[in-house]
Design a protein around this ligand. Sequence first.
Ligand SMILES: *Cc1c(COP(=O)(O)O)cnc(C)c1O
Length: 399
Amino acid sequence: MSQWQELEKQYFMRTFDRVPVTLVRGEGARVWDDDGREYLDFVAGWAVNSLGHCHPAVAGAVTEQVHTLIQVSNQFYTIPQVQLAEILVQHSCLDKVFMCNSGTEANEGAVKLARRYGKHHLNGAYEVITTTGSFHGRTLGMVAATGQTKFQQPYVPLPSGFVNVEYNSIEAIEAVTSPKTCAIMLEPMQGEGGVNLPDDDYLAQVRAWCDQKGILLILDEIQTGMGRTGTLFAYEQYGIEPDIMTLAKGLASGMPAGAILAKDSAAVFTPGEHGSTFGGNPVTCAAAYATVKFIVENDIAGNAKKVGDYLMDGLRNLAQKHSVIVNVRGRGLLVAMEFNRDIAADMLMSCLSRGLLVNKLKPNALRFIPPLTIGNQEVDEALGILDEALSAITNSGQN
Ligand SMILES: *Cc1c(COP(=O)(O)O)cnc(C)c1O
C-alpha cells in the first residue's frame, strides 16, 4: 500500500470502499497514478468529467476566472452565474435557474420548491412521491427520498413527507397520490440504482397524471443530464417536459456545481426562502458555462449516443463469447453490464491491472460512464481489456 493510502486510513473517515490506486493527473479520458501508470477512465468521477479530464475549455475558463474573481456573496450580481443560467434556459424547456454545489443539494432545493408550490397552489400539500431503486442523495431528506432501504436503515427515523413506490409503474403512483401530494420526483433513467430504463410510455403517463392532479413533476437529471444519455437531457427522449429539473455531476465537467431549473409557473421562491453561500460561485459557474457551451456547440450528446451505441454493440458481442454476461443495457454513455454471478469486484481489479477503470454497480454488474468526448478507439481498447479480464476470471473460476 502506498504512503498516501496508509495516511488515508489513519486520517480519513471510512465511508468509501476505495480501489487501491492514488490518482495524481488526468488528461482527456486518461488518468495517471502516483507510480506513473496510465489508465483509461470509464468512471469519469462517477459520470462527472463530461468533457474528460482537464479539458482545455474548462481548465481555461477556470484559470481565467480564478485570476479575476473567485467568490463574492449572492448579495451581488456576478457575470458567470448569469451567463450559465441563460445558456441552460436557452437549451432546456425550463425558465429559471438556481445554482448550488451538489446533486443532493439541488434535489433538496427542488423538494423545498415543490413544498412552496404546495403552500401556494395545493392547499399546503407537501408530500413527494419517489420510486424504489432511485438515488437522490445523501442528506437525511434525500435519503428519505431515495427508495433503497440500504441507504435508509442506518439513519431511521428519517424526515417525513416522502412516499417510495415501485419504479416504472403508473398504477403505483396513482395508488398513493393524495391531497397531500405536491410532486412526483423521478430519475428519467435510474443511474446508481442499476441503470434501469423505464418502459417507453412511463414518463408520459406520469406527466399526464401530474397534469390531471395539478401536481409537479421533478426530474432528477443529475446523472442523465448534460448529454450523458445521448440527448442534452434525457426527458427529450420521452416527449415530455418536467416542471422542475435538477442537474449536477457532468454540469461543470468536474467542478462541484448543482442546479435547480424550473418552469416560470413552478419557480415560486421569493427572496430569502432559499439560498447558498457558495452556490453560483463565479469559478464553478465559469466551468459550467464553458462545459455547457462546448457540449451544445460540438453536439457532445450526439457523440455520446453514437459511441454509446458502439459500446453496447461491443458489449453484446462480448456476451456472445462470455456466457457469464447476462445483460447489457443503457442509453448513450450510461451503460451497465450484468453477470450471472458476483464477479464485479474481481472484474474491477482485473480491469484495473490491465489499465482500465470501471465502476462496480452491484456485486454482479459493472457500470460504464466514461467522458462523453471519447471515440470508438477508446471503446475498442476498453472492450479488449474487458475481454481479457473476462477470460482470466471465468477460466480461473468454475464458469
Ligand atoms: C449522484 C446523484 C445524486 C447526488 O449527487 P451528489 O452530487 O453526490 O450530491 C442525486 N441524484 C442522482 C440521480 C445522482 O446520480
